[in-house]
Write a new protein. Structure first.
Length: 341
């Protein structure tokens, strides 16, 4: 951290900053300049709070030099993490496609959709049993029954399952059934839930909060790694902007930004980002082109009857088209997508 003093800062003010740094067991390194003095801080093991120094007299600004996160950073681990979800590897050379309905509505519905996305080449099945809904009057998910349906459909199709844990009360139950536990956008900063998910023994799919910066997303992931869970996949699912033509704005720039700083894989979700079916394929293509490690897409064969997120669900034949396009695009960014068997 670097503390820059004002041009008219007096020597006693500089002294006071130096002694405040030293009182905290840190080393102050004054750097006198032609116009103003800067003071570098060294000797810190973790993050130093800028607020300790910002309000001292004579201080102009406090510039953080090192990152607030550690375990998720490439400085800590230069090689990319490959997350293994029941044999499906996210973060390796293969582009991973996670597809399925927004919500598990019935065994028949989940099985039909799972079979169709599998036939088109999806490697993982998504579907919510516990749904975080904006309105308390909306369908909240089938709960345990939904988890049991997912387990049966996995048995039928062989597709490993990604499903959300909405709170700590259901986390253990979700972890028992799921191959990867999803933490949704609304819960990205639910630190109690993150800590528990960090100890749940399953890979975690962590979605970026709609108001979260990249730093906040990485710090949320840091909670999981800090609890011993290194199997974490990040997900860019759109953020709130002033744009009113779309539900959220898919921040494709987050992909290279995260990949530069962190070794964790990052997947894009064009469905929740756009909220509209006609935008899903174009945004999914952009996610592949920008170098995402995978995509998560909502698919429904009767979207008009869907109990949640029908307007953004693509139809099975649209999903097939997307997979055909993904097979063409992936090699352009040095990725492969498994051939159909
Ligand atoms: C979901 O994937 O089912 C979901 C609710 O997404 P998000 O948390 O990104 O809104
Ligand atoms: Mn949804």
């Amino acid at each position: 951290m670097l503390i820059v003093m004002k041009m008219d800062a007096t020597p006693p003010q500089v002294e006071r900053v130096v002694s405040t740094i030293e009182e905290r067991g840190l080393k102050a390194n004054p750097i006198p300049g032609a116009q103003r003095t800067a003071i570098g801080i060294t000797g810190n093991l973790g993050v130093v709070e800028p607020a300790h120094f910002e309000s001292l007299p004579g201080v102009l600004e406090v510039i953080p030099v090192s990152h607030p996160y550690k375990l998720v950073s490439r400085e800590f681990q230069p090689d990319k993490t490959v997350v293994d979800v029941a044999g499906v590897k996210i973060g390796g050379p293969e582009l991973v496609v996670i597809a399925g309905p927004c919500s598990v509505e019935s065994y028949e519905q989940t099985l039909r959709i799972a079979k169709s996305v599998k036939a088109a080449g999806a490697q993982l099945l998504r579907g919510g049993a516990f749904k975080p809904r904006t309105s308390p009057y909306s369908f909240q998910g089938l709960g345990l029954e939904g988890l049991e349906i997912l387990a049966k459909v996995r048995e039928e199709t062989g597709l490993p399952v990604v499903t959300e844990a909405t709170d700590i009360d259901v986390l253990d139950q979700v972890a028992e059934y799921a191959d990867m536990v999803q933490i949704g956008a609304r819960n990205m900063q639910n630190y109690t839930l993150l800590r528990r998910a960090g100890r749940c023994g399953r890979p975690v799919f962590l979605k970026r909060g709609m108001h979260a910066t990249i730093t906040e997303l990485l710090l949320a992931a840091e909670y999981l790694l800090d609890q011993g869970n290194r199997q974490v996949v990040l997900c860019e699912r759109g953020i709130r902007t002033f744009a009113d033509h779309t539900r959220n704005t898919l921040d494709v720039s987050a992909v290279p930004a995260v990949q530069r700083i962190s070794h964790l894989p990052i997947v894009c979700d064009p469905s929740h980002a756009s909220g509209k079916r006609h935008k899903v394929l174009p945004l999914a293509r952009s996610a592949i082109a920008v170098g995402a490690d995978g995509i998560m897409v909502e698919v429904h064969d009767q979207p008009d009857r869907a109990l949640s997120d029908g307007p953004q669900a693509i139809l099975p034949h649209e999903f097939e088209t997307l997979m055909d396009q993904a097979r063409v695009l992936a090699p352009m960014v040095d990725r492969s997508l498994g051939a159909l068997v």
